[in-house]
Each structure stands twice: as structure tokens, then as C-alpha cells.
Write a protein that binds this ligand. Structure first.
Ligand code: SAM
Length: 236
């Protein structure tokens, strides 16, 4: 099995326990990160009628839930929202929660969406898992309308230099794998999480890759002691 297949198979394996593990491990703060991502993206986009949002690496559908909720709160009409993920197990959980939403089995680098068809593409805590990352950014640029937005939420790599960074590091490397392993009975998946963050790019390098694909970063911000970073880029 190749690296990408192994990652997808790991998500299939933990899919039934993913939501509960997520709530416990993030202690609910991911809700505020998701809220901010959706709210800011709608503000930047500035339209009250949106034809299509594609949530890539949608997993169990959490981000789609937030898009719909925040759109409603802000009286924004979203005509179509689609979830895309190569893990059928994760999307089976999503389908139960969001029966009205369309889900498509596909990877980020090769999506069955028409060129220039989509207003907003989101990918939350997913880009780290995409092995063909640069290809995925080109694919996002193909699918987006001009001025369309890519909204990336991710645990990006931090240069460790403050005592707080060591504390979050301890949580991610020691507490999280143990707790995550207990909840899902798959410790490997929750050891993969901190390792994949360590191996991942810094925000600056991620922005460089986006630019390379024609996606111009317009907003970057790290939340909650730099644990989660939000990047919004616009297709130029
Ligand atoms: C940590 S989960 C995040 C799920 C959801 N976006 C959230 O915010 O809770 C990562 C997801 O990335 C998906 N994934 C893995 N490889 C992928 C790829 N090449 N393209 C798109 N999604 C991928 C996994 O199947 C998994 O559902």
C-alpha cells in the first residue's frame, strides 16, 4: 500500500470514533476555529448568493455543518454544497448527519468538478493528508471561479521557541496519542497526527505553494497559541 492509500485506510478505520475523539481531544475549541473560518471567508467573498461550496477532505462533515449554519446566520444563500473525500467510511458518517448534502469519493488532486464552477473550496485539517499537495492546489485553481476562495484550516508547523510551544508540543506528542488511542483503539492514527504536523510545511511555505498555483493568500492567522492556522487565498 502506498503512503496515500495507508492514510485513507487509517481514516476508514477510525471513522466511527472520529467525531467523539475530535470533541475530546480539541476540547471543543475547533468549533471556534471553524466558525471564524466560515465567517471570515463569507466577509471576504462579500456575496449573499453563493452558487457552490466544495468542502474537500470533508471527513465526517463538520465543516459543511458550519458553512450551512454560518450562511443561515448571515442570510447568505448557498445553492449547492458538496463534500469530497477519498474515505468512504468518513463520508458514511457525514451522510447520516447531513442527508441533504451530496458527497463524492475523490482525492483533492483529482476532483470530478467542472472548471471554474465553484465559489469557495474549504479544506480543514485535511491538506496535511494530501500526498499530491501541489497538484491539489492546481486542481483547486482549476475548479474555482476567478476571485473564488480557498479556505485552509490546518495545524501548521511551528518554530518552537516559547514555553507555551513546549506545552502544546507535550500535549500533541504525549497526551493526544494516548487519549486518541484509547478512544479509537487506534494509537497509530493519533501518533500519525503529531508526526504529520511536524513533517508539514510552515505557513510561509504553504503560502508559497498556493501562489505557485495562482492562489494568492489574502489572510493568514494562527489561533489558540498557534495551534490552528487559517489561510484564505483568492484565485487571481
Ligand atoms: C483529519 S480529517 C478532517 C476531516 C474534516 N475536514 C474535519 O474538519 O473534521 C482528514 C480527512 O482528509 C481525508 N483525506 C486523506 N487524503 C486525502 C486526499 N488525498 N484528498 C482529500 N482528502 C483526503 C481523510 O480521508 C480524512 O477524512
Amino acid at each position: 500500500m502506498g503512503k496515500q492509500e495507508k492514510i485513507v485506510s487509517m481514516f476508514n478505520d477510525i471513522s466511527g470514533k472520529y467525531d467523539i475523539a475530535n470533541r475530546v481531544l480539541s476540547m471543543g475549541i475547533d468549533k471556534s476555529w471553524r466558525n471564524k473560518a466560515c465567517k471570515l471567508a463569507f466577509d471576504f467573498y462579500g456575496k449573499n448568493r453563493i452558487e457552490k461550496i466544495a468542502d474537500v477532505a470533508c471527513g465526517t462533515g463538520d465543516m459543511i455543518d458550519f458553512w450551512l449554519k454560518i450562511a443561515k446566520q448571515n442570510r447568505i444563500e448557498v445553492e449547492n454544497i458538496v463534500g469530497i473525500d477519498p474515505s468512504v467510511g468518513m463520508m458514511d458518517v457525514a451522510k447520516k448527519k447531513l442527508p441533504e448534502v451530496e458527497f463524492i469519493e475523490a482525492g483533492a488532486a483529482n476532483m470530478p468538478l467542472e472548471s471554474e464552477s465553484t465559489d469557495i473550496i474549504s479544506i480543514s485539517y485535511g491538506i496535511r493528508n494530501v500526498v499530491q499537495r501541489q497538484e491539489a492546489f492546481y486542481e483547486f485553481a482549476r475548479v474555482l471561479k476567478t476571485n473564488g476562495l480557498v479556505v485552509i484550516s490546518e495545524f501548521t508547523k511551528n518554530e518552537k521557541n516559547s514555553p507555551i510551544d513546549y506545552l502544546t508540543d507535550f500535549y500533541m506528542n504525549k497526551i493526544l496519542p494516548t487519549l486518541g488511542g484509547m478512544i479509537t483503539k487506534n494509537k497509530e492514527a493519533y501518533t500519525y497526527l503529531p508526526n504529520s504536523i511536524d513533517e508539514f510545511l510552515t505557513t510561509d511555505n504553504l503560502c508559497k505553494e498556493l501562489k505557485e498555483a495562482g492562489l494568492e493568500p489574502i489572510y493568514t492567522k494562527a489561533f489558540s497559541m498557534n495551534i490552528s492556522t487559517l489561510i484564505i487565498a483568492r484565485k487571481v
